[in-house]
Design a protein around this ligand. Structure first.
Ligand SMILES: *Cc1c(COP(=O)(O)O)cnc(C)c1O
Length: 225
């Protein structure tokens, strides 16, 4: 698998470079997160051996099972939490993750602020926006995003650096990418986490600074991730 994953990484990186170039952007303005959810630590090691360092996981528990040992071997590894965060997992998430991309509700924001105060660790955070206003999906509604950003940043003092979204599966993602970019512009945030295996090139055209790619690197997942 090591050869396959290395080849996939090379292919995805060159597609990122081409998309960035096409958009008049520097290739290094886009960070590739290799999304390793449901894949065993051995596959993450393959990616690390191929020189990759930035990863995304959906669940704190799964990340805890896989990443502490990997980080011991590769101290410069960077881990983003990209899935829903329960308030009872906040302490573990702050201890383990380098970026938390899924701040999506006041109770979670408050718990994060308390834990950062307690631990002194302040991983950068992104706010998840439910751009498709899908009832089953997490994220703040676009109409409530500005107020929530102000609340997190100014009242709670969270290190909010950007926004992330997961567009609806059955819709053209461009509208959602454009909306997320617009909200970052008007709120003065710098980071935009958007784009997955199926649409990361498009996300780069719309200004993505972080693309989250699982399947195109690690192959299909056996279960719904
Ligand atoms: C699983 C997941 C990804 C990666 O999806 P692929 O289609 O496998 O590239 C990206 N972002 C989030 C939030 C995910 O849950």
């Amino acid at each position: 698998m090591e050869g396959v994953i290395a080849a996939n990484l090379t292919a995805v990186r060159s597609r990122i470079e081409a998309a960035a170039r096409g958009a008049g952007r520097a290739a290094d303005s886009v960070t590739l997160l290799a999304v390793s959810k449901t894949h065993p630590a051995a596959r993450v090691r393959d990616a690390l051996a191929a020189g990759h360092r930035v990863f995304g996981e959906n669940r704190v528990q799964e990340a805890q099972a896989k990443y502490p040992a990997l980080r011991e071997a590769f101290p410069d590894l960077v881990l983003h939490l990209i899935g829903p965060l329960q308030t009872n997992k906040v302490r573990d998430a702050v201890a383990l993750c380098d970026v938390i991309e899924t701040v999506d509700r006041p109770r979670l924001a408050e718990a994060l602020a308390r834990e950062m105060e307690r631990s002194g660790r302040r991983p950068p955070c992104l706010i998840e926006v439910n751009t498709g206003e899908e009832p089953q999906k997490s994220g703040v509604l676009p109409t409530e995003a500005d107020e929530f950003i102000v609340e997190c940043r100014d009242r709670l003092g969270l290190p909010i650096e950007g926004l992330m979204c997961v567009p609806p599966l059955d819709e053209e993602p461009a509208l959602h990418f454009a909306l997320l970019r617009e909200i970052t512009r008007r709120t003065g945030l710098g980071l935009l986490s958007m784009g997955m295996s199926a649409d990361f090139e498009k996300a780069i055209r719309f200004g993505a600074t972080h693309v989250r790619v699982g399947t195109a690197i690690f192959g299909a997942r056996g279960e719904a991730g």
